[in-house]
Design a protein around this ligand. Structure first.
Ligand code: ARG
Length: 587
């Protein structure tokens, strides 16, 4: 099924004489009093032809053939065209949507391949609250791309290599407590790391010892390699249990170490092509002067003006780094999967890293660079209610697994208070769905580039723009059908849709926007658009439910209202699923 904006764009193209290359936009109007959709086509064209946009709008309107879709078209403001969709057409479109198992999300003309690099925690450290956003955003973007008919490679680029292993190995050999390791491997490894790194600061001999463990590992010492593998295995076990709980999966986990044997070649290649140069014993990439300073990631401005801000690809001690690894990774991914797009989901502090990475790659492999869209999907911080980075009371970083436990526990109290009659098992399951949903939604609903305040009370509230509110809208609709069934009626579905009441029409129109919203998220990587759409849908449903009785409705309108309930319920459920959020049947 094509989206409504794309149908209108086609009609507009047909109504414009010379429409080749014309970028026509059709978007929902901000205020439904002025119609349902709006286009800026006359303004775009006016600029091109240097004519008056309102005059052009009139000419386009005269030639426009939309009588089958619209009950009215008007010229507004500086030359916008406003479309009002006809009730009959909306009704027939809802019927069509009902039998579309993708609920109006169009199949792509060509299925694209997307590599999505997300979550990517570091080995030997517990996953903490900082990994939340990458994990939820990446998972949601993966679900959305797949649902839209694309091929997705979910790649967990874990940090399984680096200087921390020197200290970890030293700690493992000298300070390891077996029992603690068996009880909670990541905590024990974290303790080792913290203890050794503190001692390194005080005692140069320990620093030296840790360093030599690292050198042994890097040069392939069998014992150290085996210990390193064991640390990865233990970490992966705990990552997997968190992912399992969150319903997150990966297609591949190719950590940083996977690229080790390619790093030297990358640096040599960059040097040979003159892209990387020696500077103070290190190998660096400097500006090539081809971009304006504001756009050049290899320049930085200070009080004396622009100065070089090179990307390091080989440190003076001969070690490759994060950038080198990412260059090798990028080359590998393009060769392996021929992706149309690669999406990196990390926090905003890595913006410079990715700008430099993409720029170095563009110079190193211009053709490969042209073949792929590279996107750094970055996000802001999670803050505590005091406005500072979210921490535990004692100032530690919050462990993801503890956070999820608490979410479920809090949801359990709420569910138990609301439904004391349900058995404990059922209440636990509902609490799991609500608790995890609340945490995910609170993270996905705000614009990802801002910081947000983590608030249990807010995210678990049944009122407002929250997961429980949306889940509750779904549950309400389900209970309508349950009551129907309990009364002995069988509901077959398939009755004609009727949008006679304003609340019915408003709900029907919201339902019909699902496809365009999903496409939008795919284009700009902002799942908050989908979250907010679902909130509006739930609101439209509640208004409808208040204004229009369903089960008690007159026989003439009852089947149509049940249809509206059913399709709303399906969109809510699928939409939440695309955010990685489950729905309970009661709550
Ligand atoms: N492990 C990194 C971190 O925790 C994130 C990796 C992101 N992906 C990448 N290809 N650089 O910051």
């Amino acid at each position: 099924m094509e989206t409504i904006p794309s149908l209108l764009v086609q009609r507009l193209h047909a109504a414009v004489e010379d429409s080749a290359g014309l970028e026509v936009q059709v978007v929902p109007t901000a205020d439904s009093r002025f119609g349902d959709y709006q286009s800026n086509v006359a303004m775009v064209l006016a600029k091109r032809l240097k004519l008056n946009p309102r005059v052009l709008a009139q000419q386009i309107m005269d030639r426009l053939r939309v009588a089958d879709l619209c009950s009215g078209v008007e010229i507004a403001g500086a030359g916008f065209l406003n479309f009002r969709l006809s009730k009959e057409w909306l009704e027939s479109r809802l019927c069509e949507l009902r039998s579309d198992d993708h609920l109006g999300v169009p199949r792509p003309e060509r299925s694209r391949t997307l590599v999505i690099d997300f979550s990517s925690p570091n080995v030997a450290k517990p996953m903490h609250v900082g990994h939340i956003r990458s994990t939820f955003l990446g998972d949601s973007l993966s679900r959305i791309a797949e649902y839209s008919g694309h091929r997705v490679v979910r790649d967990n680029h874990i940090g399984d290599w680096g200087t921390q292993f020197g200290m970890l190995l030293f700690g493992w050999k000298n300070l390891l407590e077996r029992e603690a390791l068996e009880a909670d491997a990541l905590s024990e490894m974290e303790r080792l790391y913290k203890t050794v790194s503190a001692r390194c600061k005080e005692d140069p001999a320990i620093l030296e010892a840790a360093r030599s463990e690292l050198v042994k590992l890097q040069s392939g010492d069998a014992e150290n390699l085996a210990l390193w593998r064991e640390m990865i295995r233990l970490s992966q076990g705990q990552f997997d249990s968190v992912y399992g709980r969150l319903g997150v999966r990966f297609d591949v986990t190719l950590g940083e170490s996977f690229y080790n044997d390619q790093l030297r070649v990358v640096v040599e290649d960059l040097a040979r092509q003159g892209i990387a140069q020696e500077s103070d014993g290190a190998m660096c990439v400097f500006s090539d002067g081809k971009h304006a300073p504001e756009q050049d990631p290899f320049l930085i401005k200070d009080k004396d003006g622009w100065r070089p801000n090179p990307a390091l690809v080989l440190k003076s001690d001969g070690a490759a780094n994060y950038t080198t690894t990412d260059l090798a990774t990028l080359q590998y991914r393009i060769g392996e999967w021929r992706p149309d797009e690669i999406i990196y989901v990390t926090d905003g502090r890595q913006q410079l890293h990715f700008r430099q990475l993409f720029a170095v790659f563009a110079r190193w492999q211009p053709e490969a660079f042209q073949s792929v869209r590279l996107a750094h999907v970055w996000f802001g911080a999670i803050l505590g209610e005091d406005g500072k980075p979210f921490k535990t009371r004692s100032g530690e970083t919050v462990r993801l697994s503890d956070l999820l436990d608490e979410a479920e526990e809090r949801a359990f109290s709420i569910v138990s208070a609301k439904n004391p009659e349900l058995g404990e098992g059922e209440r636990r399951e509902i609490a799991r769905i609500i608790g995890l949903g609340a945490v995910k939604y609170a993270d996905l609903q705000p614009n990802r580039q801002g910081d947000y305040v983590f608030s249990w009370d807010k995210m678990l509230s049944f009122q407002g723009n929250t997961a429980p509110y949306l889940q509750n809208a779904y549950v309400r609709i389900r209970s309508i059908f349950r009551k129907l069934k309990e009364s002995g009626e069988t509901w077959k579905g398939g009755a004609p849709m009727a949008l006679d009441q304003p609340a019915e029409e408003a709900l029907g129109k919201k339902v019909l926007q699902f496809g365009e919203v999903v496409l939008q998220v795919l284009a700009d990587h902002r799942p908050n658009t989908l979250a907010n759409y679902l909130y509006e849908l739930a609101n439209a449903f509640h208004s409808f439910y208040e204004a229009c009785p369903v089960l008690k409705a007159e026989a003439a309108v009852r089947p149509g209202r049940l249809e509206l309930c059913d399709i709303s319920q399906r969109v809510l459920k699928s939409g939440l699923e695309l955010l990685g959020i489950e729905v309970p049947e009661r709550m």
